[in-house]
Design a protein around this ligand. Structure first.
Ligand SMILES: [Zn+2]
Length: 439
């Protein structure tokens, strides 16, 4: 048992803050997290650690993760050789954990990398977040899973599984199941930016029948379904088919909002606007012109998303933190920018942004409960932060401010220092932890 005393505590609930708190961990479970004055009696062998007034919060959940993306350009996602991908993925997983994200819901992986990454993490061979593994993207011919036009004659098979018709869709889902995937990623509508004649947002790649088959088969095999759905039509198709995670939901009409509200206990939405925001910062370096259709289109998409998120929030839809990190303009390690976007673009308070990243992310990852909060019985996932993110959400973006991370009762420190990754038991590391808290 370890008792982390003299800390500031955020427990995952938006309006909770305790200025002088104690957190007691027993094995991999939180035994107590609350005011120091109300701390239960400690067992004699308890290792007591002075938290020196630092900020403690639940481990964050990256709910739209692409650990196997290698900071490529958006149209080059599948062009890295698998050997390179594996090496970089192992690095990315350590960076994500070291950044305070102790869990990740994958929104797609190249090849079969996620499934093996998950095994490596669970066996302790790789340092990384607890993971719901994704697989290759399922999409129809001409969808934005179908990245390359025919004339290019590119025989690249790492990302898109191009399927048409219910039986091809069903077979693709079964193939993902066979290969250890937890989350089936489907492209429901299109994307403004595509390399060929790919469909745009608002154009549905699958018929209702195809999508319903996909979801039914995935659920039948114990997998969940994550979708790329930008338009109101795509969101409606997703909710009606029973999709679990909706990525983007940029454009909503009243009917889409009503459907989301009716299913708010089972559906989670992640706007993932890092893409639009960083595209608008960097479009000229991609060769796009100011006022061109891409520039104007993504600016309009961002504005529409701001409106949509506010409406979803008003009707109690849980909006998750996480967003397509792993591209050249959204590199790995910058995941905590997303919380700043929630406060800046969506009007979330810092407490609400933290809640989206912790409690709500935990509910999405583990619907049965026990992840994403610091309360008795929760899994012992926490982050010790220098500075107070409730006062300045940006402190989470600086590696030096992430003093230590605990996942499943194990303390990790120095993960963002490529020379000295440490993973030891809480007992072995408590000395080091005390040391790092002095910094
Ligand atoms: Zn994505």
């Amino acid at each position: 048992m370890i008792a982390l005393q003299n800390v500031k505590l955020f427990n995952g609930h938006a309006d909770y803050f305790c200025n002088d708190a104690t957190v007691i961990i027993e094995g991999n479970v939180v035994h107590y997290a609350g005011p120091s004055a109300a701390t239960p009696a400690l067992e004699p062998q308890t290792r007591v650690i002075d938290g020196r007034g630092h900020f403690v919060m639940p481990g964050m959940v990256e709910s739209h993760a692409h650990l196997s993306y290698t900071n490529n350009g958006p149209l080059e996602l599948d062009k890295s050789p698998v050997e390179e991908v594996v090496i970089k993925t192992i690095h990315n997983a350590r960076v994500m954990l070291g950044s305070g994200f102790t869990s990740a819901i994958s929104f797609g992986s190249v090849h079969r990398v996620d499934a093996f990454l998950k095994r490596g993490i669970e066996s302790g061979e790789v340092l990384g977040p607890r993971l719901l593994a994704g697989g290759r993207d399922i999409g129809s011919t001409g969808s934005n899973a179908d990245l390359h036009p025919d004339y290019a004659q590119l025989k690249i098979d790492g990302l898109g599984m191009i399927t048409d018709g219910p039986w091809e869709v069903r077979k693709a889902v079964r193939t993902l199941s066979k290969n250890g995937v937890d989350v089936v990623k489907v492209m429901i509508d299109g994307e403004l930016l595509s390399s060929g004649g790919g469909i745009k947002p608002g154009v549905l790649g699958f018929t209702d029948e195809e999508l319903e088959v996909l979801v039914t088969e995935a659920h039948h095999r114990g997998m969940r379904v994550a979708s790329h759905a930008r338009s109101a039509a795509a969101v409606k198709q997703a909710v009606r088919a029973g999709v679990d995670f909706i990525g983007h939901a940029n454009y909503l009409d009243d009917e889409a909002l009503e459907l989301l509200e009716a299913h708010r206990d089972s559906v989670f939405v992640g706007p993932a606007v890092a893409w639009e925001i960083t595209f608008l910062e960097h479009y000229q370096s991609f060769g796009f012109e100011t006022g061109g259709p891409e520039h104007e289109g993504y600016a309009a998409e961002l504005a529409a998303t701001q409106e949509s998120v506010k409406r979803m929030r008003d009707v109690g839809v849980r909006v998750l933190v996480g967003g397509d990190y792993g591209l050249n303009i959204t590199p790995h390690g910058t995941y905590a920018k997303e919380l700043e976007y929630f406060t800046e673009y969506f009007g979330f308070s810092t407490g609400e942004a933290l809640q989206a990243a912790t409690k709500h992310g935990g509910e999405a990852f583990m619907p049965e409960g026990g992840l994403g909060t610091l309360e008795p019985g929760s899994l012992a996932d926490l982050v010790i932060v220098k500075g107070n993110p409730l006062e300045d959400i940006k402190v989470l973006q600086t590696a030096d401010n992430i003093l230590a991370v605990m996942k499943d009762g194990q303390i990790f420190s120095g993960l963002l220092d490529p020379c000295s990754p440490h993973q030891k038991s809480a007992e072995q590391l408590s000395g080091l932890l005390e040391e790092s808290l002095c910094n």
